[in-house]
Write a protein that binds this ligand. Structure first.
Ligand SMILES: *Cc1c(COP(=O)(O)O)cnc(C)c1O
Length: 412
């Protein structure tokens, strides 16, 4: 015990410093948050404990694509909260089938496997791919290989960090899970060279979010698709951050008209209310999973299913994809004007931007601290890159505000 003398019951509720000290005293230091303590959120805006308002341009790393407290999602969650929340999969519940059908149809797949966090969905995809490799492809025991990409982010489990190329995420957690080979992202020749007869899957983000919104060269996803077809390898697209309207299409793979064998979904699937994740695939792949061979106490619970189904219904309207495209063009145009003027490069797809600040002038962290003073919440990705992903319910005025804050920060 490290007594700090702070007692939460005595905490003045409007004191930023007290909340930060309390958090740092009792919660492990696995994050380095900006100095802001949030208390409320509505749409694209949040309010801190001292009443200051901020435009949320991180949006929970895209978990908040529909904004904070979207009325439709909150209403559905509240209704379900009062009815039934958890059954375990030992029994059927009256929400999972509806959610599974609707999500499978959104993905144009036969079925889904529901989990909770994104990392669990990635783990599920890895397990499915290996099992499929042994049972269907005929890979010799223990030889299954999965190819992953340099700069990837797929979550934090011991297996997933085994193929991370970020030292901070990986170092100190050995021994690492074998069975993965890492190739440079966007380099088709390297991928082609890495595929062998024991390769069961290629696991990739169609756009790398945590790496700084890295978009692969045009045509790359189609090449990956074609290679997987020829080699009998599963293409597994981690659309946890890129999917569900963020990129201006339902899935980032849609930009190249590519359909992977396995979609991996999370983040926005929970509507910003609750952790909901899933993989979607056809029966020839997902039916390698049989009773007892995989599961989750919370996966597919009725509350998650009710929220997830409402999210699917909202995505089906196409309204959010459209907003991402329109607002994204506005953001790209505004930020584009600042290139050479504090910004080195801007990559955008839909309402999603990776902004490289001029390293001679600034670090990503410093820009985020300055943006905070201007009423904008954003988070640096790596080093000099700031990732922007405002909720898709943001307005044109919100986007203009974001651009003008960037202009202020870049000029100061
Ligand atoms: C956030 C993220 C994950 C991990 O999701 P968690 O819910 O944090 O476990 C996996 N893949 C991608 C692409 C992500 O952005």
């Amino acid at each position: 015990m490290t007594g700090t003398g702070i007692d939460s019951r005595d905490l003045p509720l409007d004191d930023t410093t007290a909340h930060i000290e309390l958090t740092e005293a009792y919660a492990a230091h696995n994050y380095h948050p900006l100095r802001v303590v949030l208390a409320e959120g509505e749409g694209a805006w949040v309010t801190d404990v001292e009443g200051r308002r901020y435009l949320d341009c991180l949006a929970g790393y895209s978990a908040l694509n529909f904004g904070h407290s979207h009325p439709r999602l909150v209403a559905r969650a509240q209704e379900q909260l009062g009815r039934l929340t958890l059954t375990s999969r030992a029994f059927y519940n009256d929400q999972l089938g509806l959610f599974a059908r609707d999500l499978a149809q959104l993905c144009d797949k036969d079925m889904i496997l529901p989990m909770n966090s994104g990392a669990e969905a990635v783990e599920t995809a890895i397990k499915v791919a290996r099992k499929w490799g042994y049972l269907v492809k005929g890979v010799p025991a223990d030889k299954a290989k999965i190819i992953t990409m340099d700069g990837n982010f797929h979550g934090r489990t011991t297996t997933i960090v085994s193929f991370s190329t970020d030292p901070a995420a990986r170092n100190g957690y050995a021994p690492y899970t074998p069975g993965f080979e890492i190739v440079p992202y966007g380099d088709f020749a390297a991928l082609e060279a890495a595929v062998d007869e024991n390769t069961v899957a290629v696991l990739l983000e169609p756009i790398q979010g945590e790496a700084g919104v890295i978009i692969p060269p045009e045509g790359y996803l189609q090449q990956v698709r074609a290679l997987c077809n020829v080699e009998g390898v599963l293409m597994m697209a981690d659309e946890i951050q890129s999917g569900l309207a963020r990129s201006g299409r339902t899935f980032a793979c849609d930009h190249e008209d590519v359909v992977p064998e396995v979609y991996i979904l999370g983040k926005a699937l929970g509507g910003g209310l609750y952790p909901v994740s899933a993989i979607a695939a056809d029966g020839d792949v997902l039916e390698v999973i049989t009773p007892g061979t995989h599961g989750s106490t919370f996966g597919g619970n009725p509350l998650a299913a009710a929220i997830g189904r409402e999210v699917v219904a909202m995505v089906e309207t196409g309204e959010f994809q459209q907003r991402a495209r329109v607002l994204g063009e506005r953001l790209a145009a505004g930020l584009g004007d600042l290139i050479g003027n504090g910004l080195e490069a801007v990559r955008t797809r839909g309402l999603w931007a990776g902004v490289d600040v001029d390293p001679d002038l600034n670090t990503g962290r410093h820009v985020c601290e300055r943006l905070l003073e201007e009423g904008i919440l954003a988070k640096e990705a790596h080093g000099q890159t700031v990732r922007l992903a405002p909720p898709l319910v943001a307005t044109e005025d919100d986007i203009d505000l974001l651009v003008s804050a960037f202009r202020t920060v870049c000029s100061g």
